[in-house]
Design a binder for this molecule. Structure first.
Ligand code: F0G
Length: 400
């Protein structure tokens, strides 16, 4: 095996077959490190997908896959009208099999669970992780247990977890409480934890970086903007860009730019106040329920990603999120759930505040599909017109 687990704090090394999620000696977060001199990573024209990049994925068995990755990178000229930015792209992760970027992590994470001989997988979730875990567990033929913050998960996501056969627990508490609980449950009952604290899951998600560079002709954008919740994805994507640079395939790393909701912004506060650690937010609140997280478990990795890459972190209001969501849908044909729209809302705010250079080439990540949260969509849109079943009534309705 040409990879190991390493603590990001004390740098202790561990056998990747050990079932550990944090450093047994200091409690720090773990990451997968490779002997890059032994990696045969080639630039090819092969169709993009997570498993195209298997040379840099820590799995040795046949993957549990349903066709994840290979999502489109749209050049969004109309969205950029009026904004002084050279080029804006949107990578629509909502077009993964279960409608979010989590599938990239779960194809690797659930395959790892099988490889390690684990019998049951589990997670806490604001919704998408549970939908994805339930789906990949179904494909792998193993049971999944998911803990949700009761009453705060979008309908489409609950429906997915249920139909794919997970045991779904509505916890009377928020996501941070559900995550603490599932970690205890996994320790106690030997379930395999597939939240983003699991370093193998993040390996799948780093393929977003590989695909962006691959699609841009192996060039690196100046900045990548994405929503931050539990802070795994920004850390994973940064790691992907770093590995490409270390391999000599690219020569730069984009400025990693994280966006949080105003009512749930511990990472933004830590960056603003130059804190070494985040101060958890006890009662996070936002319409973007996917990122309603006050104590992001990967904060230490995310703060490094943002600082080392020269990036930024800002927050946006629920109103700004909804307005970006509408524009993505109505101007570019990109349907996203609210959390996903934070990337574009953040871009607009950064441009308005003069924090982005006009010659930057920017990629915004939209993380989840519009169909995830039908209730929110119906709430923020005008209602359908009620019309009698005759041509006059239809004419009046259409032409006013
Ligand atoms: N966007 C969407 C649509 C999400 O579902 C999430 C996280 C994020 C962004 C933030 O990503 O946590 O890596 O910073 N959803 C998790 C879940 C927490 O349980 O589905 P992150």
């Amino acid at each position: 095996m040409n990879y190991q687990l390493q603590c990001i704090e004390c740098h202790s090394l561990y056998d990747p077959n050990e079932i550990i999620y944090t450093c047994p000696s200091c409690g720090g977060l773990l990451e997968v490190i490779y002997d890059l001199s032994a990696i045969d990573f080639r630039k090819t024209d092969e169709c993009r997908s997570v498993w195209k990049y298997k040379a840099l994925l820590p799995v040795n068995i046949k993957p549990v896959t349903i066709g994840e990755g290979g999502t489109p990178l749209y050049r969004t000229e109309r969205l950029g009208e009026g904004m002084e930015v050279s080029e804006i792209f949107v990578k629509h992760e909502g077009l993964n099999p279960t409608g979010s970027f989590k599938d990239r992590g779960m194809t690797v994470g659930v395959t790892k669970a099988i490889e390690l001989g684990m019998k049951t997988v589990a997670c806490a979730s604001t919704g998408n992780t549970s939908a994805s875990l339930a789906t990949y567990a179904a494909k792998a033929g193993i049971p999944a247990v998911v803990l949700l913050p009761g009453g705060k998960v979008a309908l489409g996501k609950i429906a997915q977890a249920l139909i794919h056969g997970a045991k779904v627990l509505n916890i009377h508490g928020n996501f941070d409480e559900a995550l603490r609980l599932v970690r205890e449950v996994c320790d106690e009952y030997g379930f395999y934890l597939l939240n983003s604290i699991n370093p193998f899951r993040l390996e799948g998600q780093k393929t977003i970086a590989f695909e962006i560079v691959d699609e841009l002709g192996w060039e690196v954008p100046d900045r990548v903007i994405l929503p931050v919740g539990n802070a795994g994805n920004i850390s994973a994507i940064y790691k992907g860009f770093k590995e490409l640079k270390e391999l000599g395939i690219t020569d730069a790393i984009p400025k990693m730019t994280g966006i949080q909701a105003e009512g749930s912004r511990p990472v933004v506060d830590a960056i603003d106040r130059e804190l070494a650690e985040i101060v958890p937010e006890a009662n996070p609140e936002t319409i973007a329920t996917a990122i309603r997280i006050g104590d992001p478990v990967n904060a230490a990795k995310a703060l490094r990603a943002i600082r080392e890459s020269g990036g930024l972190a800002i927050s946006v209001s629920d109103g700004e999120i909804v307005s970006a969501q509408r524009d993505l849908a109505s101007v570019e044909g990109i349907g996203v759930e609210p959390a996903s729209a934070t990337s574009v809302a953040g871009l607009r705010k950064l441009v308005a505040e003069g924090l982005i250079d006009s010659d930057e080439r920017i990629v915004c990540i939209t993380t989840g599909n519009i169909l995830k949260d039908p209730t929110e969509v119906v709430d923020v849109c005008a209602k359908p017109l009620e019309v009698d079943a005759n041509i006059d009534a239809v004419r009046r309705a259409v032409f006013g």
